[in-house]
Design a protein around this ligand. Structure first.
Ligand code: DOR
Ligand code: ZN
Length: 357
């Protein structure tokens, strides 16, 4: 058995409040533990979005009752909430800014709306941007002007990773994450596995990219600070509808896919630890989880099946993929919470990592 630290996923969508038929704090954190993640950072594009005191308390109240792993909640940047959200910063995972079109209502088109957030958000708290292509370049410039770090969510393109690399060489404080689906799927994968040629199932933002983009991510692994699932559950019925929402579940497939890449010699276990634990912990300033680890059977070979998963959405784009590496056991703060497919952590046993208690 391979022993790893409890993994950290800095990018998940829990869907609570507002869309509990897709996921909630209970099913989402069950999926996290089953996937080897003992800490998750939740995105704010729920219904309503998490963007003020009332909605933050709503989400954290639900999490407190239901979460089975440790967690924190991002606040969403809106057109006129920069002062009020900055007052809530210490209770949050960080500030999330949606600068491009995606799922949900939180979107800041005009760059003039970005400015007050970069100005007012506390310097020691993370800012994460959903910014693709040239928006990403603009977000990096804005962070540099305000002399503060910025974390770029789910980069997927060659031009993005090359720009981040160049910016870092010039000393800019920019970090980034990549989602497993952008490492293992391309715009040509649409006919395969869980996607099965249904156009809605391959919808995700950022979109699945070309092979040359995927190759550039693999060729520049040292530039990627974190692997983050962007776990974005929507039901199959929604994905196969006329207006399919973008997003893939990812919590229960990330580690098996990454371990399979280790077996194939494309990645090392040390890189998994660095990008799923050490770096996210540093970037998001997360406390230690004492006596927390996972055990992985690196030789288990099996096929990914959504039917085996805890996520409520009921599907995976990796259905039928043959992988090598299975989570055997998860220990959270000294207590065994998962073993061989069975969960023993109760709802509410997870902790808010930003709470003072
Ligand atoms: O594909 C996506 N789904 N990209 C996002 O940015 C949002 C997410 C969601 O919330 O469904
Ligand atoms: Zn997301």
């Amino acid at each position: 058995m391979l022993r790893l630290p409890g993994l950290i996923d800095p990018h998940v969508h829990m869907r609570e409040p507002g869309a509990l038929h897709k996921e909630d704090w209970d099913s989402g954190t069950a999926a996290a533990l089953a996937g080897g993640f003992t800490t998750v950072l939740a995105m704010p594009n729920t219904r309503p979005p998490i963007f003020d005191e009332q909605t933050l308390s709503l989400s954290l109240g639900a999490a407190r009752q239901k979460a089975r792993c440790d967690y924190a909640q991002f606040l969403g940047a809106g057109p006129d909430n920069s002062l009020s959200v900055s007052g809530l910063a210490s209770r949050s995972a960080g500030l999330k800014m949606y600068l491009d079109m995606t799922f949900g209502q939180l979107r800041l088109d005009d760059m003039a709306l970005w400015l007050p957030h970069f100005k007012n958000w506390p310097a020691d708290m993370p800012i994460v941007v959903h910014a693709e292509g040239r928006s990403m370049a603009a977000a990096m410039l804005m962070a540099a002007i305000h002399n503060r770090p910025v974390h770029i969510a789910h980069i997927s393109l060659r031009e993005e990773i090359l720009l981040i690399k160049a910016a870092r060489e010039r000393g800019l404080r920019v970090t980034c994450e990549v989602a497993p689906h952008h490492l293992f799927l391309t715009d040509h994968s649409a006919g395969e596995g869980g996607l099965r040629g249904k156009p809605g199932r391959s919808q995700v933002r950022p979109r699945l990219a070309r092979q040359a983009d995927v190759d550039a991510l693999w060729a520049n692994l040292e530039v990627i600070d974190c692997f983050a699932t962007d776990h974005a559950p929507h039901t199959l019925e929604e994905k196969d509808s006329d207006d399919p929402p973008p997003g893939f579940p990812g919590l229960e497939t990330a580690l098996p896919l990454l371990l399979t890449a280790v077996h194939e010699g494309r990645l090392t276990v040390d890189q998994i630890i660095e990008k799923c634990f050490t770096n996210p912990r540093r970037i998001f300033n997360l406390p230690a989880q004492p006596e927390t680890w996972i055990e992985v059977d690196q030789d288990a070979v099996y096929e990914i099946r959504a039917a085996d998963h805890y996520t409520r959405c009921g599907w995976t784009p990796f259905e039928g993929w043959k992988v090598r590496g299975r989570v055997h056991k998860v220990v959270l703060r000294g207590i065994e919470v998962f073993r061989d497919g069975k969960l023993s952590a109760g709802p509410g046993s997870g902790r808010d990592i930003r709470s003072a208690e």
